[in-house]
Design a protein around this ligand. Sequence first.
Ligand code: NDP
Ligand code: GDR
Length: 330
Amino acid sequence: MTTSKKALITGVTGQDGAYLSKLLLDKGYEVHGLLRRSASADVVDSRLKWIGVAGKIVLHDGNLTDLSGLIRVLNEVRPTEVYNLAAQSFVKSSWQQPLLTGTVTGLGAANMLEAVRLVAPEARFYQASSSEMYGLIQEPVQSETTPFYPRSPYAAAKLYAHWMTVNYRESFGLHASSGILFNHESPLRGIEFVTRKITDAAARIKLGLQDKVALGNLDATRDWGHARDYVKAMWLMLQQDTPDDYVVATGRTVSVRDFCRLAFAHVGLNMEDHVTVDERFLRPAEVDVLLGNPAKAKAKLGWMAETSLEDLVAEMVEADLARLKTHEHL
Ligand code: NDP
Ligand code: GDR
């Protein structure tokens, strides 16, 4: 792989940013990341340390809401590829902070597209679109042609960002691709998301640190894959001659309840003894079922999910057990 490849990742401190940094470094890329200022820097780059890329990537101060800063960073880096992963990504919070979510997740992507158009129009651009855009589903299995029906301020913001990506491709000829990624998880998943909340709780209960965990809607089903597999699809999209949009999914959907069963069974426990339901974790509008058809990604990118749900759950629970035993928190 050529070393002239230079990537800029927004959202580099997030789950996907960490896995993508690792993938690109392994491929010989020079990797740059956009870092928003925080008062607690040690917490901010804990994922990068965990995955072994801290100190190997170049971090640049910036915020997706600040176009002038994005222009400055693009001028400094002159990337060949831009991965726009930054977002207010927690769906539940998007009802509490709808305008912030619109500003960061929606307009932030437009800022990034505009900065690329002005400074580095030859760079290839990836937008982190989401299966949440399908929302109230119109077809039982969702593909690139399924109509969208966003059900949260987050999903509405992502839909705006998605169409802006398509628009900049069609209007200005940018090599801009959008990955419609279904849920993907890992030991680096934020603790507020349901999978990690469950695996962390199963580990804590196993170690006698707590006895119960309260969840919301146990009947929602999701098409869950591993983040390590999904960042490969992002990269593959930018290696194509022609930019396009792709669904990235496993093709299997499982309920929150069954995810719990798997996680608790991994540590020899019954979820029925430990899981309670608390209305506080329900949402004003729910996305009941998501199930993606990754046929296009398979045919055109040669991409397929490699990790089974059972292996994903086991890896997450084991990582949480290990962290709790060493008092390491993430
Ligand atoms: P995370 O929530 O783990 O990471 C979000 C990243 O965005 C963090 O690095 C965060 O920085 C950064 N960020 C937030 N606000 C700003 C801002 N104003 N300026 C600059 N950076 C900001 O998300 P994931 O890694 O899970 O997801 C990556 C992207 O993919 C997101 O856009 C998400 O919406 C989307 N997506 C995710 C899916 C999934 O299942 N994981 C599925 C489909 C789409 P900080 O560390 O400072 O908070
Ligand atoms: P999601 O992920 O909204 O699909 O968005 P999340 O893990 O938050 O919810 C998945 C489903 O689980 C149900 N649920 C709970 N969710 C949370 N967080 N906490 C609970 O206690 C709980 N109990 C039940 C939810 O109602 C929901 O149905 C993720 C994010 O990564 C987005 O950024 C991304 O775009 C989509 O996946 C695809």
